[in-house]
Design a protein around this ligand. Sequence first.
Ligand SMILES: [Zn+2]
Length: 194
Amino acid sequence: MNKVGSIEVITGPMFAGKTEELIRRVKRLEYAHKNVVLFKPQIDDRYEKSYIVSHNQKKALCVSLKTSQEMLNYVNEETDAVVIDEFQFLDEDAVDIAVYFKRKGKRVIVSGLDRDFRGEPFNNMPNIFAYADTILKLTAICVCCGNDATCTQRIINGRPANYNDPQILVGASETYEARCAACHTVVGKKYKYE
Ligand SMILES: [Zn+2]
């Protein structure tokens, strides 16, 4: 019988428990004695370089990637599952490589933000959604009103960020919040249909 691979995506805004869900699936694979390889882009060194860490401090050992092609060096015949956190920060080759792993019969589990602080599709995420066999969209809780939060609010120096603010702002104090669509504010954003 042929080994059939799959791509599973876990997505949503920040603080929705995406990494926690990712680690939950990794633990199940480990209980089943599966051979699992974990990756994340090196840009994310919030806590520790070689771990995937959720906001509630659950963690799993992983490989930090400078480019998505480096994944090819760690995945072989023996690998049952490939797990990738913060997928939205990887280069566009990551999608083709995930599809390649699936074709090789691997279970590929991906976690990443669906939209950026502007509320727009985040880099390569729409493409991995198209190839996914399953997609789990998680929600957080809006810090303003308590509704289900589907958006990531960027705050710079205590105020909602401007649409044109660069991704990296040197010297500014920057935080993120989970907010519902009604409370999400992007200063200066132009909608095609107002
Ligand atoms: Zn709200």
